[in-house]
Design a protein around this ligand. Structure first.
Ligand code: FRU
Length: 453
């Protein structure tokens, strides 16, 4: 059996990070120094700095036994890499420290995460564990782990799919929303509760999905936003419509109201959070000025990743952080002013590595980003009433498990303004001041141009 430890991971990173091929590595988006990343974890504001943890396999550009990578930032723009926070080194997390979250209590940074444990017969157990840190760098897993196992769940749920706790505090009590699969093949969010962050109990099935809304809801998040209760989940196989939920794995926002007597969430509206090819497992924090900010993984399960296929030694990046707002019954996602300030204002036909472009839309408009032989297109089709990102011109086609055409993704909206953020391997489009968004990855070599078609 291979033994994974935090020390071994840190040594490996220090010794091998210089071998990583930087060709597609983003300039302005977060990526790890080496290895594979997926979900953002433990996104939190602690002692004056933002901390971002992430699902991490340092030893290859593919998903392997999960560690928690770690970085921090003073401004959400420049990230400093920190030592690995968690390695799968205990019997209760031996096959992976899966996704989870963080919470600050007094002067301590707490983490709750899922331990993935595969038995010899192949059966899986997913349990919830706690760890803490005083300095925000070195973490101690508590002696009481695991603090919640599948045994606490009601019979209607499947204990082997019980993961991704997101912590929050309400009226002096601690809670975690956790994903659990329902025997009826729908996703659920369950609520666990605790007085002290060490001893946890099952509280309720907080929300149960409807048929068609996905067979498992990964990475739940719960918070209040501008007076409304909100849940974010990342459903697997949400039923697709002409334009929506076309990735096998989507991310969605559910707006509703919590009844704190019964500890249940009454859903009123569900919508796809982002309409691009790659925006998964978003997680939120609230910062010191009260902003609700999310960050997501710019990739999707079941797709090939060119930096892995080409042996570049890394795979996966994060979106730019976005502020969520709920204005007059509409969800709005906004790029942070500090992110925008750090980006170059782009114009057409310039050679571009990264930056942002503003488009005022009066009619259909179509743009190409890349080279003559290798490019994405994006823009507005007024006749169809959509904003789109099209990847069919790429040399390295990201191919997924979807059996339907995934080259173009689009969102139905009467667009009058686009804010387009371009980096070496991603595009994020915010439509009409953040009324809708589209995020997609691409892998184009060499210098790129933005051209209007
Ligand atoms: C979501 C997810 C989580 C899990 C993690 C494992 O992308 O599948 O449900 O905790 O990734 O890396």
């Amino acid at each position: 059996m291979t033994t994974y430890t935090v020390d071994r991971a840190n040594r490996y990173i220090a010794e091998h990070k210089d071998q990583v091929n930087q060709t597609f590595k983003p300039e302005k988006h977060f990526s790890a120094e080496i290895g594979w990343i997926n979900d953002p974890n433990g996104f939190v504001f602690f002692q004056g700095e933002y901390h971002l943890f992430y699902q991490f396999y340092p030893y290859g550009s593919f998903w392997g036994p999960m560690h928690w990578g770690h970085a921090k930032s003073k401004d959400l723009v420049i990230w400093e890499h920190l030592p690995v926070a968690l390695a799968p080194d205990m019997p209760y997390d031996k096959d992976g420290c899966f996704s989870g979250s963080a919470l600050v209590k007094d002067d301590t940074l707490w983490i709750m995460y899922t331990g993935n444990v595969v038995a010899e017969d192949g059966s899986v157990q997913q349990v919830q564990n706690m760890a803490y840190s005083k300095d925000g760098v070195a973490f101690t897993k508590i002696a009481e782990n695991p603090v919640a196992t599948g045994a606490c769940l009601p019979d209607e749920l499947i204990a082997s799919d019980f993961r991704d706790p997101k912590l929050f505090e309400k009226d002096g009590r601690y809670y975690a929303v956790v994903a659990a699969k329902h025997k009826e093949d729908v996703g659920t969010v369950v609520l666990l509760g605790s007085e002290d962050l060490r001893k946890w109990e099952f509280e309720s099935i907080f929300l149960k999905g409807l048929p068609g809304q996905g067979v498992m809801w990964e990475c739940p998040d719960y918070f209040m936003l501008d007076g409304k209760d909100m849940i974010i989940v990342s459903p697997m196989r949400f039923e697709r419509t002409k334009y929506n939920y076309r990735n096998l794995n989507s991310s969605v926002m559910i707006v509703g109201q919590v009844d704190w007597e019964s500890k249940t969430f009454q859903a009123e509206e569900i919508r796809e959070l982002d309409h691009g090819h790659d925006f998964y497992a978003p997680q939120s924090l609230q910062d010191e000025v009260g902003r609700r900010i999310i960050i997501a993984w710019i990739h999707s399960w079941g797709r090939n990743l060119p930096p892995h296929d080409l042996n570049h030694g890394w795979a996966g990046s994060m979106s730019l952080p976005r502020q969520l707002q709920y204005v007059d019954g509409t969800l709005v996602q906004k790029l942070l002013p500090e992110s925008l300030e750090a980006l170059e204002h782009l114009t057409l036909d310039s050679n571009v590595v990264s930056g942002y472009l503003e488009v005022s839309v009066t009619d259909s408009c179509h743009f190409r980003f890349g080279t003559d032989e290798d490019y994405i297109t994006f823009g507005v089709d007024k006749e169809e009433g959509v904003v789109y990102i099209d990847r069919r011109g790429l040399r390295y086609q990201p191919i997924g498990e979807e059996s339907w055409d995934m080259r173009r993704r689009a969102v139905e909206i009467d667009a009058h303004k686009l804010l387009v953020v371009l980096d070496k391997n991603s595009i994020e489009i915010f439509v009409n001041n953040g009324q809708e968004s589209l995020t997609s990855a691409f892998y184009i070599e060499g210098s790129k141009q933005i051209t209007q078609l």
